[in-house]
Design a binder for this molecule. Structure first.
Ligand code: HXC
Ligand code: NAP
Length: 294
């Protein structure tokens, strides 16, 4: 058994319909693939319908599941409402909303135009709000229960991060929304949780966060105590658990899956990892020799 294997039993998501925003690429596509393998129907949405239709063909033949591709720019509430309607018309009801769509790029903040900052906030925070509000209203009005919203954030939602300030601000907002609605909408039978992934290589993220030589210059695996980046199946395993009924008592939680990366940056003395083993005898001696001398 290892971390790239599939974790849940075959029918874990049977009968569920799951909407994955940004489901046509990267982590959204990996999670979609596993949800289909576990028996769910999946609605994949993004701005690019042609890409979504190709992914539908690929994943239906690979998994035997059913995919509905819907073009929807999450920044526009009218498009989100139309996506809710199309999903419900096709499958009768939707059980899970996975807010995965995102926009991001590195930049010194002072170089950003007001519109550049807005663009990221609009995709990440407003997009998550649009989808959550549209599905929430639909579920509450139709008195459907046992619903789940899973939001993909990042570890810099807790810490903030230089050079991705719009994304950090927006993801922090998404985390606050997750925790707030976990309490407010529990009475309607809607659970909210989040995943904070560390580095999981995808073309979308790597092209915008590590363009050109930066990929070689900053090996992200080195920042992780476990000395590796994440495997997409590990994230898909966690997401499948969080949207399944096995996690029915989990509400308002954010699960970090980053090999310990953000804590390594946070712990004040973590830099002592650089001290070679053979130096510790000497350091211990130096410390002990100071006893009762100050
Ligand atoms: C400065 C930039 C810029 C850049 C765009 N802009 N790129 N400014 N540096 N590199 C500015 C534009 O000039 C414009 O402002 C405004 O931003 C909007 O740009 P558009 O290209 O018109 O926007 P749009 O076509 O909507 O594209 C959105 C996008 C793009 C975010 C810029 O990159 C995109 O489509 N991204 C989607 C996928 C993605 O980002 N995936 C990565 C997620 S990774 P002006 O003022 O000129 O009009 C992630 C990982 C987190 O979230 C943690 C990892 C460890
Ligand atoms: P990705 O492949 O670039 O995924 C982003 C997706 O969002 C794309 O499918 C894109 O599709 C969609 N999207 C962007 N703007 C949209 C809009 N306005 N409306 C609808 N869809 C839109 O990147 P990824 O790495 O898989 O990221 C997935 C999620 O994981 C994001 O929330 C990201 O912040 C998070 N995350 C990733 C990492 C990592 O290491 N990869 C780490 C932490 C968090 P279209 O372009 O077709 O619209």
């Amino acid at each position: 058994m290892n971390y790239s294997e599939k974790m849940l039993r075959d029918d874990a998501l049977k009968g569920k319909t799951i909407v994955v925003t940004g489901g046509g690429s990267g982590l959204g596509k990996s999670m979609t693939t596993y949800f289909l393998e576990l028996g769910a129907n999946v609605v994949i949405t993004s701005r690019n319908l042609e890409k979504l239709e190709n992914v539908k063909t690929e994943l239906e033949s690979e998994t035997g599941g059913t995919v509905l591709p819907v073009q929807c720019d999450v920044r526009h509430y009218d498009q989100v409402e139309a996506m809710v309607t199309a999903s419900v018309e096709r499958f009768g009801s939707v059980d899970v909303l996975l807010n995965n769509a995102a926009g991001n790029f590195i930049s010194p903040t002072e170089r950003l135009s007001a519109n550049a900052f807005d663009t990221i906030i609009d995709i990440v925070l407003k997009g998550t709000k649009n989808c959550t509000l549209a599905f929430g209203k639909h579920w509450i009005d139709s008195k459907e229960t046992n619903k789940t919203v899973l939001n993909i954030v990042t570890t810099y939602a807790f810490t903030g991060s230089a050079y991705v300030v719009p994304s950090a601000s927006a993801k922090a907002g998404v985390l606050a929304m997750t925790r707030s609605l976990a309490v407010e909408w529990a009475k309607y039978g809607i659970r909210f949780n989040a995943i904070a992934p560390g580095p999981f290589p995808t073309k979308g993220a790597w092209d915008r966060l590590l363009p050109g030589d930066l990929k070689e210059k900053f090996d992200l695996a080195k920042k992780v105590p476990l000395k590796r980046v994440g495997d997409h199946q590990e994230l898909a395993n966690l997401a499948a658990y969080l949207v399944s009924d096995f996690s029915a008592y989990l509400n308002g939680e954010v699960v970090t899956i980053d090999g310990g990366e953000w804590l390594k940056g946070a712990g004040q003395m973590n830099l002592l990892e650089e001290v070679p083993d053979q130096m510790w005898d000497m350091l211990e001696m130096m410390i002990r020799s100071k006893k009762n001398k100050s």
